[in-house]
Ligand binder design. Structure first.
Ligand code: NPQ
Ligand code: MG
Length: 369
């Protein structure tokens, strides 16, 4: 496949409400979009890196730079031999920078699939037409405010609630949500690395609330700590930040560091590595679910396709567009009976809306091939 141009575009997307996690609060998402043009098609993808290196070491300005100066030259060197399947190996000599690698591979895959008339879901091996939707609920100023927010999401049809937690906002909100909404609510928590192994006895106090899982309680490099914690609490441990590759997944499973994995294509370098994690986990009987990084419709479309694979057995953070954005960059994803439909058109199956794109664009630049 022959790329003619790659456009990098910075957009700014206001959130419908502030989103607070253990690592900070955001009110607006700054996103780098990658737009690939070939003679026959175009492809879009979005980079998950944020302004600050707080979720992981990656951040948006560094991402733009590594894409321009270190990753794209390696793709240009492939010439006409470039395919989406060759991107991973071509970029492998560059250490780290999974989100930057992921956005390039994904935009190229989108263009390639559009050229071939194949959908993301079809290419990846999705077996479902629609996927159950969960929602990630930020840390709030009061339990009353949280209960109101959860009630609103349940009214909209969300099938699973994930509460963001941190020391000082854990037992009380979990107890309140469990008591108010009852034992049948699918409920889980995400600490984004906010605890240490010394908190094991405290975290064991979540055991009675019958949570589906606790996500990334300890530091991202601390597989042994998670393995030790998993033996001290009955809530299943799920890893997010710790898993940056299929090899990481295999190691974490073998060590007993997790019994469930949150798969985020952006965190692991793209959809091909995400599918490998799905496969490794399936081979070990470990369920996975699809995480989210506050994607616009561009990234959401591909995530929903991935979530259609057979071992995505838990509802993901694949929420409707209006969970985050009043106006999305694509036609909005909407809940239908608590589910999102897997797009069936070529590539991601969604079209970027030119007027919205123009309105949210802050800068753009072209790299000619
Ligand atoms: C998680 N996502 O599972 C992440 C954390 C997260 C939906 O909970 C900007 C960019 C803001 C990435 C906020 C959800 C973010 C972000 C939260 C990722 O851990
Ligand atoms: Mg997480």
């Amino acid at each position: 496949m022959r790329i003619e141009n790659i456009e990098l575009r910075r957009v700014s997307m206001p959130l419908v409400r502030p989103f607070r996690t253990s690592f900070g609060t955001i009110t607006e998402r700054q996103i780098s979009l990658v737009h690939v043009s070939t003679a026959h098609a175009e492809g879009w993808a979005e980079c998950a890196a944020e302004v600050w290196p707080l979720y992981s070491s990656e951040f948006i300005d560094a991402s733009d730079l590594v894409i321009r100066d270190h990753l794209i030259p390696r793709l240009q060197a492939l010439g006409d031999a470039l395919t989406a399947e060759r991107v991973g190996n071509a970029l492998a000599p560059v250490k780290g920078h999974q989100m930057s690698k992921a956005v390039l591979e994904t935009a190229i895959l989108d263009a390639q699939l559009r050229e071939n008339g194949q959908s993301f879901g079809g290419y990846l091996g999705a077996v479902h037409d629609s996927v159950p939707a969960g929602v990630s609920v930020g840390i709030m100023d009061s339990v009353d405010e949280l209960l109101e927010a959860v009630a609103g999401y349940l009214e909209q049809g969300y099938l699973r609630i994930k509460l963001k937690i941190e020391p000082g906002w854990d037992l009380e909100p979990v107890r309140a949500v469990r008591e108010r909404f009852g034992p049948d609510l699918l409920l889980q928590v995400d600490a984004n690395t906010a605890y240490s192994l010394a908190d094991a006895r405290h975290l064991a106090r979540l055991d009675p609330f019958d949570l589906l899982l606790i996500e990334q309680p300890l530091g991202e490099r601390d597989l042994l700590g998670h393995a030790a914690l998993a033996r001290l609490i009955s809530t299943p441990v799920c890893l997010d930040e710790s898993i940056e590759s299929a090899k990481d997944a295999a190691a974490a499973i073998s060590l007993g560091a997790c019994s469930i994995i949150n798969v985020k294509p952006s965190r692991v370098g793209g959809y091909l590595e995400a599918r490998r994690i799905h496969d490794v986990a399936a081979a070990h009987g470990v369920p996975v679910w699809c995480g989210g990084m506050l994607e616009t419709g561009i990234g959401r479309a591909a995530n929903v396709a991935l979530a259609g694979l057979p071992n995505f057995v838990l509802p993901g953070d694949t929420s409707a567009s209006d969970r985050y954005y009043a106006r999305d960059l694509t036609a909005p994803f909407v809940l239908e009976d608590g589910h999102l439909r897997v797009p069936t058109g070529p590539g991601t199956g969604v079209a970027v809306l030119p007027e919205v794109l123009a309105e949210v664009t802050r800068s753009r630049s072209d790299i000619r091939f």
